[in-house]
Design a protein around this ligand. Sequence first.
Ligand SMILES: NC(=O)C1=CN([C@@H]2O[C@H](COP(=O)(O)OP(=O)(O)OC[C@H]3O[C@@H](n4cnc5c(N)ncnc54)[C@H](O)[C@@H]3O)[C@@H](O)[C@H]2O)C=CC1
Ligand SMILES: O=C(O)[C@@H]1CCC=N1
Length: 270
Amino acid sequence: MTQQTVAMLGTGKMGEAVLAGLLRSGRSADRLLVTVRRPARGAELTEKYGVTVVTTAEAAERADVLAIGTKPQDAGALLDEIRPSLAPGKLVVSLCAGLPTSFFATRLPEGTPVIRVMTNTPALVGQAMTAISPGAHATDEHLAVAEQMFTPLGATVRVPESQQDAVTALSGSGPAYFYLIAEAMIEAGVLLGLPRQVAHELIVQTAIGSATMLRDSGDHPVKLREAVTSPAGTTIAAVRELEKHGVRAALLDALEAARDRAREIAGQAL
Ligand SMILES: NC(=O)C1=CN([C@@H]2O[C@H](COP(=O)(O)OP(=O)(O)OC[C@H]3O[C@@H](n4cnc5c(N)ncnc54)[C@H](O)[C@@H]3O)[C@@H](O)[C@H]2O)C=CC1
Ligand SMILES: O=C(O)[C@@H]1CCC=N1
C-alpha cells in the first residue's frame, strides 16, 4: 500500500515521539512533514530524522493526514491557519487532550473528517497505547488510516469519544505516574544506602519484569501481588505503609483530577 504523507503540525514532545515512532516502524522520511514555530527546532528535527519542515499552508496542501500536535490551547489559532489551504479529502487527526472532534469540525471546512486519538510517549519505543475515536465525518476508511498510522507505534483500541477524557487520565498521562513512582523508589534505594546507579538498575528491571508479567500472564494484578507477599514477610510491611498513606485513594483522586482537567481545558478552548 502506498504510504500516505503525514504532516505533524506542532512537533513538541508528543509530536516528536509519534514522528520517531513512525520512522522506527518503517515509514519513509520523505512521507513526513513537520511544522514548527522556531526555525532552530525545525533544523533539529531535519537533522535528527530527515523530515521536511514546511509552513502550515504547505502542510495543508501536501499532506494526506494532518496530525495536530500543538497544545490544546494553541489548536484554535492553528486551525485558523489551516482552513484557507485545506483541500477536500484531507484527514485531520488530533492528538490534543480534552478537545472534542466538534472543536475541529466547526473550525474546518464542512465535511472535513476528524479523528481524535490519545496516544502516549512510549510511541518512541514502539510501546504506545493509543485510543482512537471517529468524529462526525470520519468513515471506517479514515479509522483504518489512523490505525495504520498508530498500530506500528504500539497497541491501539477504538473507544467512543465520550471516553477520551478518561483515557487521557489513564494512558495519556499514565507514563508520568509510573515515572514518578520509579523516581520515588530509586530515592528510597538511596535512603536505604544503595548507590544511586544500583538503585536505578534494580527499579528499572523490576518495572520491566512486573509489566511483562502483567501483560503476558493475563493474571489480575491482585494475584500477582499476592504471589510476592509472603506471610509475615517484608512485602506486607511495605504494603501496610502504602495503604496507611492512602496510595490507592491518591491514585483514584489523581486520575479523576486528570479527567477533570481535560474537561476544563476543553471548556476554556471552546
Ligand atoms: N506529552 C504527552 O505525553 C502527551 C501529549 N498529548 C497532547 O499532545 C499535544 C502536544 O503536547 P506536548 O508535546 O506535551 O506539548 P509541547 O509544548 O511539547 O508541544 C507543542 C508544540 O507545538 C508547537 N506549536 C504551537 N503552535 C504551533 C503552530 N501554530 N504551528 C506550529 N507549531 C506550533 C510548539 O512550539 C510546541 O513545540 C497536546 O495537545 C497534548 O494534549 C497527548 C498525549 C500525551
Ligand atoms: O499533560 C497533558 O496535558 C498531556 C495530555 C496527556 C499527557 N500529557
